[in-house]
Design a protein around this ligand. Sequence first.
Ligand code: CP
Length: 308
Amino acid sequence: MQWTRKDLLGLYDLSAEEITLILDTAEEFKKVSQRRVKKVPALRGKTVVNFFVEPSTRTRVSFELAEQRLSADVVNMQAQASSLLKGETLLDTVRNIEALQVDLVVMRHSAPGAQNFIARNLGCGVVNAGDGAHEHPTQALLDIFTMREKLGSVKGLQVAIVGDILHSRVARSNIWGLLKLGAQVTVAGPATLVPREFESIGVRVCHNLDEAIRNADVVNLLRIQHERQTADFFPSIGEYSKFFGIRPDTMKKLKPETLIMHPGPINRGVELAGEVADGKNSVILEQVTNGLAIRMAVLYLVAGCVQK
Ligand code: CP
């Protein structure tokens, strides 16, 4: 299997073989971070710009660290300090970045499809670090990598994704990736945040937590995304937590080895109790560790396809 894309925009477009190639490559890069000298020359001479037009902690730091471990030259651009504020269009901004002989742009944006648009108009590679409620491919890849590492194989796994599915790019990218690798996916939450329409893409829709998590191998919890909600989707946070939050007593209903996952940032006491986030089934911080290996793999593969 040969990687042929200069961009990584989403998992919807990728084949099972392409996803597996990224996971296998990440497995090798994970070993680099376990060495005494945590650096390889794979991207020496390449320049990467991280352009985040939306807030981020995990993804931004993880991409920057991945670029440094691959020996790339790295520039971080903050939208709040860029000429976007002076009226420059997104396309003009990124064309100017490209004119500086940049090889890769890693971008987060609130508009779904923004990265697809710039990828069509630029010769350099584009990596999607999250676009609105559309896709967050590297998050889903690190989630799937963690499932494969912990449980051996993704095929046949029962994965419950619980929370604000409607506004979640993480849910969408997970759904595409997991279905392609042969997992069974259940999405769960209040009917307003998990509409029945999701059934048309091959997932089970559930509005009862106990039913959703019964027999689950993985429970992936999502944050309520107030910043993307344009209406009140449930009466109160307290009520959401009562019906869909995972508490220590909920854990007794799960199989002993069920993984508790969360892309972060977590809201303790809302989608999960602090004891669950820090408990023995939680792999939340291992997801963050694996994110570094996934991002090294993605940058390495796409950089190899950028024509300069
Ligand atoms: N999971 C995730 O995308 O977190 P950040 O918003 O902190 O990057």
